[in-house]
Design a protein around this ligand. Structure first.
Ligand code: GRF
Length: 192
């Protein structure tokens, strides 16, 4: 187990599907002395996920699974146990994990969602917030339970929606806040 600054870092896997900007940021955070986590594994369901590049760059092991195959989750669980992974951070991971999987990692899976939950669960959050003329949106880090985007909230950050914001402009603004919020939430749950 990685040991830095007098405490053992918690072995963590980050699950991604896309660009991986949150992953990149979590890797940067994990290298800080104050970080309670080390990132020991990157998992993707998408071989084309751009974020996979951060595995090689940072010499972190990566695994790609086809979650359409029913055997994949079991294989992944076995591998996570072998790697002694104790925490999973979902970061733009576009697959819904099975209840069985979530139960095995009960209370040890975190997710970041680009809305102020419980508002706008699911996809296209920015578009929906703008259509509904919301004044504010934001992001949420929460524990994962068996219901989509419904686990206990750890931290949220509000972002103002301007009149001229498009979904992609708003997504960029929220993403900048996500990069700050995820490390803060991890520090919070480990009382650091
Ligand atoms: C983020 O907005 C995250 O909240 C959402 O998907 C996006 C992923 O971005 N679930 P990235 O892959 O971390 O850049």
């Amino acid at each position: 187990m990685a040991q830095l600054g007098g405490f053992k870092k918690i072995k963590t896997a980050v699950f991604i599907s896309g660009k991986g900007s949150n992953l990149k940021n979590l890797i940067k955070f994990s290298k800080l002395k104050k970080s309670p986590i080390s990132i020991d594994l990157i998992v993707s369901n998408n071989p084309k996920s751009k974020g996979i590049i951060f595995a090689k760059k940072n010499k972190i092991q990566k695994k790609i699974y086809n979650f359409e195959l029913i055997t994949s989750e079991q294989k992944l669980l076995t591998f996570l146990r072998y790697k002694k992974i104790k925490l999973i951070c979902l970061a733009g991971f576009m697959k819904i994990l099975s209840i069985k999987f979530i139960k095995k990692f009960n209370g040890k899976i975190l997710n970041i969602h680009p809305s102020l939950l419980p508002k706008y669960k699911g996809l296209n959050t920015h578009q929906r917030a703008i259509i509904n003329k919301e004044k504010y949106s934001g992001c949420t880090v929460h524990f994962v339970n068996s219901k989509l985007d419904s686990g206990k909230i750890i931290l949220q950050k509000t972002v103002k929606i301007n009149k001229l914001d498009t979904p992609s402009k708003l997504a960029k603004k929220v993403l900048r806040e996500e990069h700050k919020l995820y490390p803060k939430a991890i520090l919070k749950i480990f009382n650091r």
